[in-house]
Design a protein. Structure first.
Lengths: 247, 247
DNA sequence: CGCTGCATTGAAATATCTCAATCAATGTGG
DNA sequence: CCACATTGATTGAGATATTTCAATGCAGCG
C-alpha cells in the first residue's frame, strides 16, 4: 500500500483502514521520472501535489551565479510539494536525484478528501509542519556547526530518515549523493567538503564514499559530533490526532 | 480588530466578516509579557497557541555551549506557535524581544473553529507554510551568502515584513535587536557582525545602529546585495482560498 | 586508447573567529 | 555633581576555517 511509508516516516501512527483507502483513492495516476531530472520549477502554477513512492528528490534553488543550493532532500513517504496545495506555487525548484516513482494527487481530490475528513487534513497539515521543523534544525546546524559537523549532521539525518522507513541496513546510506550535492547542502565548497569527508573517515565515522556510496561505521559518533537527536523528525512526539478532536 | 495584522502580513486577503468574528471569538484572553522574557520552552506540552498582537518575539535554540541561535523573529500579525496546535510541543524556545501583547487561542477553540470552517483551517495551514518558506529562504541565505550579505538579507526581510503590516516609516527599523542578536541570527560572531555593520554603513546602506536603533538609508541597495525579493513572504502569490474549494 | 565525470591533493588568498582591550552611553549610589 | 559599574559597540591582531585555482588520480566507457 502506497501510504505505508507516509505513515511510517511522517505520521508514525495508524490511520484507519477507511482513511487509508480514501487517501489511496485520491491518487489520479503514478508517474516515473529518470535520475537528475527537473520536475517542477519555482513559480509555476500547480494543480497537483505529489507523493514520493520510490527514489529520492532534491529541493533546491539555483543561484544567479549558477551555484545550486539544496534546501531539502525528500525520501519515500514524503509529500514533496504538499505545500503547493495551499500555496499554488513553489518557492524552489524540485528535481529527482535517482529514478523516482511519484503518486499524483490532484488538488481537487485533496479538497474533496479534506471536506470529508478534518482529521485527514490535520494529518497532512502536520506532515508539512515537519518540513518546517527540519528546516529549523538545519538552520541551527548551519548557524552553529562547522562544516565537518554539518556534514555529519546531514548524514545522520538521512540515515535516521531512511531508518524510519525501513531503508537502512545498518551500513550503507542508500542515497547516491555526490560530494558536490553534500557541498551544496552544507553550504561549503566542493573541495572543502571533500576534506570534511576525509576527516570523518580519519575519525572512523564513515568508510568509503566512492561513486555515491557511503558507509556509516559509527552512527553514534556522527550524531554526537553533530549534536543530532532525531526528535525534530517526529515533531517532538508523535502526532496526536486524537488530541486534535473535532469539537 | 486583532486579526487585522494577521490578514495584512500573512493572508493578504479579506476573510469574511463572519470569519473574522469567529477568529476573534476564539480568543480566551490577552496577555502581556515584559521584554527579554522566556515564554515557552522547547518540549513543553501545549494547550494553547498565541497570536502576536504587539511587540516582537524570538524563536531560538540555546546551544549546549550557551550560544543562542535565532531561528525566527516574529512580528505583530504572526501566530508565534500555531505549529504547536498540530505538534503539541515546540522544537525550539520562544521568548520576547520587546514587551509583547499576545492573544491566546486554546487548542480546543481552534478545533471548534476548524470543525466549522475548512476554509479557516486552510488559512491557518497556509500561514504556517509561510514559516517554512521563510526558513527555506534563510537556509538559502546561510548557504550562499557571506556574512555581510546575510546581514543585509536579514535587515531587508525585517523591513519588508514590518512594511507589510504598516510598521515601517521608511527610515528606522522599529525592532530593537542588539548586534548580538543579529550575530546569533546570522550565525557569525558578535565581533564579526560588528564589522559587517561597519561595512554596510561604509557602503551607505544603513546609518546609525546604536542602542538598538538602525536606520535604513538604501533599502534597494540592501536587497540587491542580498539577492532579496520578498516573494517568499507571500507564498509566491497571495493565498487563493477560493481555489482551495470545498468539493 | 583517450574521453569524461568525480574524487583528491597542494598551496595561496580570504573570510571568519577568538582573545583582549578600549570606547561611549547610561545608570546608580553617595 | 562625581566616581564607579554596567552594557553594548568598536578596534586590533594573531589563529583557524574556508575558498579558490590549479593540478592530479582514478574508474568506467565508447
Amino acid at each position: 500500500m502506497i501510504t505505508e511509508l507516509f505513515l511510517k516516516g511522517r505520521l508514525r501512527q495508524e490511520l484507519s483502514a477507511a482513511e487509508k483507502s480514501v487517501i489511496e483513492q485520491s491518487i489520479s495516476r503514478t508517474i516515473t521520472l529518470g535520475p537528475r531530472e527537473t520536475f517542477i520549477d519555482a513559480g509555476q502554477r500547480l494543480e497537483n501535489s505529489y507523493y514520493l513512492v520510490e527514489g529520492q528528490m532534491l529541493r533546491y534553488v539555483d543561484d544567479p551565479r549558477g551555484v545550486r543550493q539544496l534546501v531539502h532532500i525528500s525520501v519515500p513517504g514524503d509529500f514533496v510539494d504538499l505545500h503547493g496545495y495551499a500555496m499554488k506555487r513553489l518557492d524552489h525548484d524540485l528535481g529527482t536525484l535517482t529514478e523516482c516513482t511519484l503518486a499524483e494527487f490532484p488538488h481537487e481530490a485533496l479538497s474533496a478528501m479534506f471536506a470529508g475528513s478534518a482529521r485527514l487534513m490535520r494529518a497532512m497539515w502536520f506532515s508539512t509542519l515537519l518540513d518546517a521543523s527540519m528546516h529549523r534544525e538545519w538552520i541551527r546546524a548551519l548557524n552553529g556547526l562547522n562544516s565537518e559537523a554539518r556534514l555529519a549532521h546531514l548524514i545522520a539525518e538521512l540515515v535516521e530518515r531512511m531508518r524510519l522507513i525501513g531503508r537502512f541496513d545498518g551500513r550503507a546510506l542508500p542515497i547516491p549523493l555526490l560530494q558536490r550535492d553534500y557541498a551544496n547542502a552544507c553550504g561549503v565548497s566542493e573541495v572543502h567538503c571533500n576534506r570534511c569527508f576525509s576527516n570523518l573517515r580519519a575519525r572512523g565515522l564513515i568508510t568509503i564514499s566512492r561513486g555515491g556510496r557511503l558507509e556509516v561505521s559509527d552512527i553514534e559518533g556522527l550524531q554526537q559530533m553533530a549534536g543530532f537527536t532525531g526528535s525534530y523528525l517526529y515533531g517532538g512526539s508523535s502526532l496526536d490526532l486524537d488530541v486534535m478532536q473535532d469539537a
